[in-house]
Design a binder for this molecule. Sequence first.
Ligand code: GLC
Length: 544
Amino acid sequence: MNLPLTLPEPSRTRDNPGPWWRDAVIYQVYVRSFADGNGDGVGDLLGIRTRLPYLRDLGVDALWITPFYASPMADGGYDVADYRAVDPTLGTLGDIDALVREAHALGLRVIVDIVPNHTSDRHAWFREALAAAPGDAARERYMFRDGRGADGELPPNDWESVFGGPAWTRVPDGSWYLHLFAPEQPDLNWHHPEVRAEFLDILAFWLNLGVDGFRIDVAHGMFKEPTLADIGHDRQISLLGTQALPYFDRDEVHEIYRDWRALLDTYPGDRVAVAEAWVPDAARLALYLRPDELHQAFNFHYLGTDWSAPAFRAVVDDSLAAVADVGAPATWVLSNHDVQRHVTRYGGGPLGQARARAAVLLTLALPGSAYLYQGEELGLPEVTDLPDEVLQDPQWERSGHTDRGRDGCRVPIPWDGTEAPFGFGPPGSRQSWLPVPADWQGLSVQAQRGRPDSMLELYREALRLRRALPGLGGGTLRWIDAPDGCLAFERGAEFVCVVNFGDAPVTIPAYGRQLLAGAPLVAAEAGGVLLPADTAVWWERTAE
Ligand code: GLC
């Protein structure tokens, strides 16, 4: 059933042909860490609702909310026990319904996460499978196999979990089941017709509720090499996203996306699907973006690029070329809930902040769509000194305490006030599921709002200009001459972006009216300007 929907009016002012998602800026909300509406120390749907005006004022087009479904939270909600229910710690179905409506009323679209590679071990199907005998049909929705060795005491093959350790766990009757992530996340058998049908039904459930699309978790997963042959490599995680692996990015997965696209296309309002696909190169990624498959895929090659002009030029060219072949828009992303925050990756401290300012001006000037991760607009760094006892990411335990995991990029957002957790919860609440550093007061929204040199105001102004300028958003890019260590490009006849990746100032021409810069530019000889190290500038080109 397709319900009639009130969709947000396009909020941008520039001439923008084509569907909204082709050049949307989408803000990722990691629900447990964004805003806590009920004061229990965990972010929730109510918290997001109260902060929707903040997102509207920031100037993004949409939000993507990480999983809020019923879950034992073995992996922050990426272990789903019921795909049609909201976890009681995060809210109710009424909350998500209200959130979607309120967001739409503010002109914001809402994308939700879908986790099809695995369920929680508490999902009804897995409980049923465990209760059944080996060989029973109830086990066929998952990947149960006999072990190797005299008594089947060895795992069926040498595959490793992405979180460390073997990808197989033995159940009391001696069978093993596959989990490419935590043991609490058993992999589904996507050859099973019920699995395929169930996920189409889940998508329809959320589409009927009014969501604008899906972020597909582990979109490169689902199908495994059928003989389950050994890989013969004992650090498989190091190959992820760079080399072919027998359990990722198999060609069969594209059949699923053709079915999903057909379903999405029956709904009004340009509903979208974006793939989280860690694949070896931009060409493999483009396969997910063929016209009858998904709309977008995260560009993790861009996220992983070292801070240098040649490296960024190469990744931008490769990314644009790959999507051009399939007619999809490029996407750009610097951070998410699985990677170290980019301020820290780029060197931390003032250097990391300067580069992050340059990086966002570059990112928002590129053709296509951009994803922002909550807190990057505040310049939040990775929190590297969380005490051992608060760590919750399964990577910490699974790695035998060698990998501290991803909690450092999931620390709650500082909103206001003078004491941690800085307004994360309602007035008077002092709890937060991860401690917020005491020195984050100066990074809070309240501290940065209205301060012209703050990261927050840089983002707001960049997003405002991006909406207003006809050259930005969709379209093409043309590289122009730039000094060594810099990149410069035009978007249309009137917009120029120059980025200095080097560690010394360079003289560049004054292209016209300066729109926005990461740091002040000073006049140089012959009518030029001095662009500081690690700085980007946007120009409106005026007639010479
Ligand atoms: C994706 C999610 C990550 C999660 C994993 C398993 O990579 O982004 O947070 O741990 O899938 O679902």
